[in-house]
Design a protein around this ligand. Structure first.
Ligand code: COA
Ligand code: AMP
Length: 634
């Protein structure tokens, strides 16, 4: 067996030969004519000329290839008290009919479909049905408010929206249809149809002509065969937070994604066909796309769709219960989820109730796996605990411990090594590599491996501006960190105005735009401060317009409500402080980094370019008064 080093060297030294071999593991309708090309716009593309279909790879290959009666998907929903297993044949047939339903509504190859659904099997079926038709899905996380859904509808211009009558958060039923109706009202683009999956917990009002009942349509729909698409055709658009109010539409192609996911399932997660893989995330995030839906199914594994939380559904033993009951081999979630478990069950007593002999490793991503949580997981599990780092943009992990190739000793706080295909370097602000152990900007030398975004939806210009313009010949990850003497990568956090709240990526720039539009607000800054449970929490600093006499409590309440109603409750803005002045440079740039540092430590170096040093003192006093960051009372 080759070592990690050999495989890695080959992947970057002979990328075309390496990825051609990986591509051969899949059942293409037509093999690629070229492995790596640059299109007319100079953007890199993988597997030009290849034809395939991801619904075929994820379902038909297994259903017709002797695995039809094996479990493809296990739905476990403590919030609805439901458990159901779908075999590969059952899932394929359901997806083929869902595709038939979409086709009867006029959806064809290249058309967009927005999916706004909770964690239920029909959400997975909807994604795979789009893939089957060659339609482009855009899943919007169910926690997003109507405004965010509207922005995505306007950008993706879908023919159809697929939704459910409600989602369930712990015991709270959240009707989705009114949110969809409001989003369509706000959007300039009006989809032709909305299809609603009726759940018993909430009834949805259907508008005749536009809205349809899912079950009635599927009942009459014909089964549809997979439509061959080009490797370079888009499979989906997934919107993610950038530094402004307009989210970025990350484009994922078909061929590169299928090859990269299949590779990562073996090389990183060490999973073979028939193994059970559970990713506790949401189909609204990239983690859900790659490792609840496409990755495990393409690999012929069993995937678990869990509609519940780490805690209170019904207790902090939920993860252990599901792992044990469904014989999960590899479990993947966000560190924040385990921090929630640790808070409620610090000695992991609930774990003792379950036979966890099936479980071989724990994978964590979505935010940095902080060393205390790593140590706790190590102590209570005795298993490999693998931090791995990636982004919506890359679609699969950039760095991790390659368990299926050659497991390496773990280092707390490190995502281990770059995975094959990724040439990761740490650069200074001038674009020069820094020595080992020195922090800098983490960049990936071009070309990116298969599976990573080829561009942004309808916006090549923003793609180049956002990712390719900082460092010539590199993709800028916007994450900062360092590589140590042994080659281990430590990813320490974002270098831009993106924050990570409970594993959810959010733009402080967008929050500032919303807060700045409030009638009483002259200007504002939002920064992410460390939070023991959620990693980071947004905190707002506001300067009032002259003559405004609104009280602090009223303003804070209004702004908290504003963020909840415009972005979503999961954005978690809870604290707003009124200050006389924001710390700025003499040229007027707000010193957000200094504010962030002040929340962590007292000895913040005051930048020489600061306009008025007393403004930072005022911020520190305000944080102390509100108990923010290091001033928080235990
Ligand atoms: N639909 C509607 N609302 C949602 C939602 C969804 N899908 N997800 C979250 N929300 C709401 C919650 O109901 C809550 O609303 P409230 O303020 O009215 O109570 C708010 O957003 C905050 O939710 P959350 O951040 O989830 O906090 P919590 O205290 O309810 O739960 C955790 C804490 C740690 C259990 C939870 O954040 C969690 O499971 N995190 C893991 C996230 C994850 O898997 N991320 C993976 C990305 S890879
Ligand atoms: P998202 O696009 O929502 O997956 O968020 C991607 C961002 O989350 C990255 O740019 C990082 O800032 C952060 N992130 C994800 N995984 C890790 C990790 N293992 N270590 C450190 N940061 C991470």
């Amino acid at each position: 067996m080759s070592s990690y080093r050999e495989i890695y060297q080959r992947s970057v030294g002979q990328p075309e030969a390496f990825w051609r071999e990986q591509a051969e593991a899949l059942d293409w309708f037509e093999s690629p004519k070229q492995i790596l090309t640059q299109d007319a716009k100079g953007l890199y593309r993988w597997f030009h000329g290849g034809k395939l279909n991801l619904s075929h790879l994820a379902l038909d290959v297994h259903a017709d290839g002797g695995r039809g009666d094996r479990a493809a998907l296990i739905y476990d929903s403590p919030v609805t008290d439901t458990k159901r297993t779908y075999t590969y044949r059952e899932l394929r047939d359901a997806v083929a009919r869902t595709a038939g339903m979409l086709r009867q509504l006029g959806v064809e190859k290249g058309d967009r479909v927005v999916i706004y659904m909770p964690m239920m099997p029909e959400a997975v079926m909807a994604m795979l049905a789009c893939a089957r038709l060659g339609a482009v899905h855009s899943v919007v996380f169910g926690g997003f408010a109507p405004h965010e859904l509207a922005v995505r509808i306007d950008d993706a211009q879908p023919k159809v929206i697929l939704t459910a009558s409600c989602g369930i958060e712990f015991t709270k039923v959240i009707p989705y249809k009114p949110l969809v109706d409001e989003a369509i009202r706000q959007a300039g683009h009006k989809p032709d149809h909305t299809v609603v999956f009726a759940r018993p917990q909430a009834e949805a009002e259907l508008q005749p002509g536009r809205d349809h009942d899912w079950a009635s349509l599927v009942e009459q729909a014909p089964a549809v065969d997979p439509v061959p698409v080009e490797a370079t055709d888009p499979l989906y658009v997934l919107y993610t937070s950038g530094t402004t109010g307009k989210p970025k539409g990350v484009v994922r192609d078909n061929g590169g994604y299928a090859v990269a996911l299949n590779f990562s399932m073996g090389a990183l997660y060490d999973l073979d066909p028939g193994d059970v893989f559970w990713t506790a995330s949401d189909v609204g995030w990239v983690v859900g796309h790659s490792y609840i839906v496409y990755g495990p199914l393409i690999r012929g594994c069993t995937t678990v769709v869990y509609e519940g939380k780490p805690v209170r559904t019904p207790d902090a033993g939920a993860f252990w219960r599901v792992i044990s009951e469904h014989r999960v081999k590899t479990f993947f979630t966000a560190p924040t989820a385990f921090r929630a478990v640790k808070k409620e069950d610090p000695e992991a007593k609930l774990k003792q109730q379950y036979d966890l002999s099936c479980l071989k490793s724990l994978f964590l991503a979505g935010e940095r796996l902080d060393p205390p949580t790593y140590q706790w997981l190590k102590e209570i599990s005795g298993l490999p605990v693998i931090d791995h780092w990636w982004q919506t943009e890359t679609g699969w992990p950039i760095a991790g411990n390659p368990m299926g190739i050659e497991p390496h000793p773990e280092k707390p706080g490190s995502a281990t090594f770059p995975l094959p295909g990724y040439q990761v370097e740490v650069l200074d602000s001038g674009g020069d590599p820094v020595p080992a152990g020195t922090q800098g900007n983490i960049a990936i030398r071009l070309p990116l491996p298969p599976g990573c975004l080829p561009t942004l939806w309808n916006d090549d210009h923003r793609y180049r501006e956002s990712y390719l313009s900082s460092f010539q010949g590199y993709y800028d990850t916007s994450d900062g960190g360092y590589i140590d003497d042994d080659g281990y990568l430590f990813v320490m956090g974002r270098m831009d105005d993106v924050i990570n709240v409970a594993g959810h990526r959010l733009s402080t720039g967008e929050m500032e735009e919303l807060i700045g539009a409030h009638a009483a607000v002259a200007e504002c800054a939002v920064v992410g401060v460390e939070d023991e449970l959620k990693g980071q929490m947004p905190v707002g600093f506001v300067v009032l317009k002259d003559g405004q006499d609104i009280g602090h409590d009223q303003l804070e309440q209004e702004l908290v409500r504003l963020i909840r109603s415009e972005i979503g409750a999961f954005a978690c803005l809870q604290t707003v402080m009124i200050v006389g002045k924001l710390p700025k440079t003499r040229s007027g740039k707000i010193l957000r980094k200094s504010i962030r540092q002040l929340a962590l430590q007292d000895d913040v170096k005051v930048p020489s370019t600061i306009d008025d040093p007393s403004s930072l003192e005022e911020i520190r006093d305000a944080m102390q008064h509100e108990g923010v960051g290091r001033f928080r009372q235990p």
